[in-house]
Design a protein around this ligand. Sequence first.
Ligand SMILES: *Cc1c(COP(=O)(O)O)cnc(C)c1O
Length: 368
Amino acid sequence: MNQKQITVTSPLLPPLEEFIPYLQQIWKSKWITNNGSFHQQLEQALCNYLGVKYISLFTNGTLPLITALQALRITGEVITTPYSFVATTHALWWNGIKPVFVDVDPTTGNLDPDKIEAAITPKTTAIMPVHVYGTPCNTERIKEIADKYGLKVIYDAAHAFGVKKGGESILNAGDMSTLSFHATKVYNTIEGGALVMHDAETKKRIDYLKNFGFAGETTVVAPGINSKMDEFRAAYGLLNLKQVNAAIAARKRVALRYREALKDVDGITFFDDQPNITHNYSYFPIFVDAEKSGMTRDELYFKMKERNVLGRRYFYPLISDFSTYRGLESAKPENLPNARKMADSVICLPMYHNLTDENIEKIVSLII
Ligand SMILES: *Cc1c(COP(=O)(O)O)cnc(C)c1O
């Protein structure tokens, strides 16, 4: 990697000297995976930190999506958003479910509740929204619709670690929520993820499913998968949890600096904080209006790249534009105008806890 390059993200790493004693414990116990002591401690610590009742750790943020769909026995069609990371839709595909794309609300980037009902058919069994950039979906409206039609709701909350609405964890909405602890996320366990559920029975079932369906030495209750988090990453996760509040505070500072510097720039828009929401500042997307700003999104993106500032066109292309999905009826461009407009104008600016003021200034100077 070029030393002078400003990357779009940088991982939160625990202090190495604190990790070593944890490694020594692992060597001593010789218990390296399968619901070990660090795994149990991390599940408990995350329940406390996040304000949720039950959580099950996974090896990444994609398998909890796949497993939640299995656990709830979702089939047929599921309503979802094209404005997300591909894993959201892939999880449906891996379960033999047909994704039905619905457009997003341009003020948040999240699935537009007003457009959900028109997409419901007799085959619809669930809704899978995403809290894009950590901004909460309209969970109340989605619940009303789901209840009216008897649909399950699984939130892809990969971006929403620690996000609260009215003081309550956003992860308590819906039937289940998934988290990603990938290196690029606000909170990471290198690779990792979790599923949040609301009752002990479901937690038990999910714990079976992520361990091949084993419910005892000789009992397999379901065709499970292997998605167990090992002790190394659970220990690492315990250490990172201690510093995640400071990291989120540092990200907030970066967001406030960007907003201040970009607020009067023609043709550049961004999201503000919402009242009553505890944000996690996981991303800082800007939207480029080519006519007003005098440059297209891609012109700005490549200009930044030339100057060693790596933004990310996140999310571009839309999931519905990838070859696997573009043949679907719901993937037609006229069905998804807001999502398309966002995908064509977005750049996520570098955002991480230790981004320096000097680098923020450099980034901003390329935009204004
Ligand atoms: C990161 C991410 C995932 C996948 O998580 P992994 O841990 O990389 O498997 C799923 N959905 C969204 C919206 C994501 O951003």
